[in-house]
Design a binder for this molecule. Structure first.
Ligand SMILES: *Cc1c(COP(=O)(O)O)cnc(C)c1O
Length: 501
């Protein structure tokens, strides 16, 4: 290392440069802002750093290493061609402050994405600003709130959610200042229209619901539910996390919704979870358009005297900011990379988008039947079986392990941990809350019959393992059973060991 000069300036270390390249400049940082001591970062060479991160990557489980049946979160394969497109220099190397004339390509992509999302959801306008489903929920609920204020209806203080709702629904509404009214599901896991009729009133601002619901069951009475809420003067909000079940088949617009969010990282293409950031655009009906956060991509016909642009001889694209906007919810133009990957994904499907939906639904139903036909004797109850028409679910399904828990003290968590030892990512557990000892599985559209058969066989094997083994699982993973309660209550995110208690 003698030929290397380890740079020990005020900004700390962690890298080394040959001395001729090191800057001789003294940094002009006021004393009060300088660190008094170096941060406790490990001082390592490049090969050591590379080996460390490569080793870490082999301890991780991802959709690229195995089957990832996480219900509700739609962990789908993200085609690599989208990465190639997102990294094209004309896309990756532009700056958001460049003039519109430089950004015609990006504006065109954003415009097309807005139009495609509006079309598939039956909405009138879309903003690509929010960067998560939850942020989309909050943004749309704020638009609804401003709309009510504008028409003199600010006495509407309550938002209705079914008891099977994702936690972000009541959380988003509460953040906007609303009181939450929870309504119970009916016996068959569906929306209870009587409970809804009782809950609505002139204080109802909105109802938030996903369809198919979080049990993977389609709500056939959704149009009637929309009618009930609208008659009371409320707005209908569609949680789009389950779009994989209906795209190209039906739309929230047809069901009577006023606003929706799309989780591009679930339904379209953007690696998520540990794999990357999300994108949660929202779509709204006409009466809510003025409140959307901008900028939104628009286009106008080229005038006769205007030269054609890089991307079109008919249109010029520009940014538009709605007049009564609730304000920005994200810097710049939203999460551009996620939007571009999802645009590429959508363009490749085109009018055949419904084949994606069909395969997702077929896979879920096939796997559900494989598991339930083999596992019923093992203590697995097919939750809400009786209520589902023709015994069909949409893109995901829930099972209750309550009988197994009763019989041998093995719950959903134990089975999920047991599956890790068989080389699978755990399914979602204990959600939705209305199913006791719930296991929720969503295979997505890209898995083969072989993968689904093998998973079903391994699922049944896990159910047959003895309680002792399952309580101790997982044994084969780098980290064994973790104490989630301790981790959540005593969150410790600092790398600086000196600050450890
Ligand atoms: C994932 C999810 C959300 C929230 O979306 P994020 O993008 O994770 O913020 C909302 N509702 C349902 C049903 C979901 O599955």
């Amino acid at each position: 290392m003698s030929h290397l000069h380890t740079h020990q300036g005020a900004e700390g270390t962690g890298y080394a440069q040959p001395s001729p390249l090191a800057s001789a400049e003294t940094l002009n940082i006021p004393d009060g802002l300088r660190r008094q001591r170096l941060p406790a970062l490990p001082r390592l060479s490049e090969p050591e750093v590379v080996r460390h991160y490569t080793w870490l990557s082999t301890r991780n489980f991802g959709i690229d290493t195995g089957f990832y049946p996480l219900g509700s979160c739609t962990m789908k394969h993200n085609p690599r061609v989208n990465e190639v497109i997102a990294q094209l220099p004309g896309i990756a190397d532009i700056h958001p402050l460049q003039p519109e004339s430089h950004l015609q390509g990006l504006l065109c992509i954003f415009y097309e994405m807005q139009e495609m999302l509006a079309t598939c959801s039956g909405m009138d306008a879309v903003t690509l600003q929010p960067v998560a489903g939850a942020q989309g929920e909050f943004t749309a609920i704020r638009c609804i709130q401003e709309y009510h204020r504008m028409i003199g209806q600010d006495g509407r203080t309550k938002v209705i959610v079914p008891d099977s709702a994702h936690g972000t629904n009541p959380a988003s509404a509460a953040m906007a200042g609303y009181e939450i009214v929870e309504i119970p599901s009916a016996e068959d896991g569906r929306l209870d229209l009587e409970a809804l009729r009782t809950a609505v009133g002139d204080d109802t601002a909105a109802m938030m619901i996903t369809n198919p619901n979080t049990l993977g069951i389609f709500e056939p009475d959704i149009a009637e539910a929309s009618q009930i809420v609208h008659d009371a003067g409320g707005q209908m909000y569609y949680d789009g996390a389950n779009f994989n079940a209906i795209l190209g088949k039906t739309s929230p617009g047809l069901m009577g919704f006023d606003a929706v969010h799309y989780n591009l990282h679930k339904t379209f293409a953007q690696p998520h979870g540990g794999g990357g950031p999300g994108s949660g655009p929202i779509g709204v009906k006409k009466h809510l358009v003025d409140f959307l956060p901008g900028p939104i991509a628009k286009r106008v016909p080229l005038r006769k005297d205007e030269p054609e642009t890089e991307v079109s001889d008919a249109w010029r694209y520009h940014w538009w900011r709605p007049s009564k906007s609730i304000g920005k919810v994200q810097q710049w133009h939203g999460n551009a990379g996620a939007i571009i990957r999802s645009w590429a994904f959508y363009r490749r499907y085109g009018n055949e988008l419904e084949t994606m939906t069909e395969h997702a639904v077929l896979n879920a139903n096939y796997l559900r039947h494989r598991i339930t036909s083999e596992a019923e004797s093992q203590g697995v109850a097919d939750s809400f079986n009786d209520g589902a028409p023709a015994d069909v679910v949409k893109h995901e399904f829930t099972l209750s392990l309550a009988p197994l828990k009763e019989a041998k003290g093995v719950g959903a968590m134990d089975v999920a941990k047991g599956l890790l030892d068989h080389g699978y990512m755990a399914p979602t557990v204990y959600f939705p809350l209305v199913v006791p000892e719930c296991v929720m599985v969503e295979p997505t559209e890209t898995e083969s019959k072989e993968v689904l058969d093998a998973f079903a066989a391994n699922f049944v094997k896990v159910l047959q393992e003895d309680a002792e083994t399952l309580h101790a699982a997982p044994k084969s993973t780098p980290v064994g059973r973790v104490d989630e309660v301790h981790a959540a209550r005593n969150l410790w995110l600092k790398h600086d060991t000196e600050q450890e208690e």
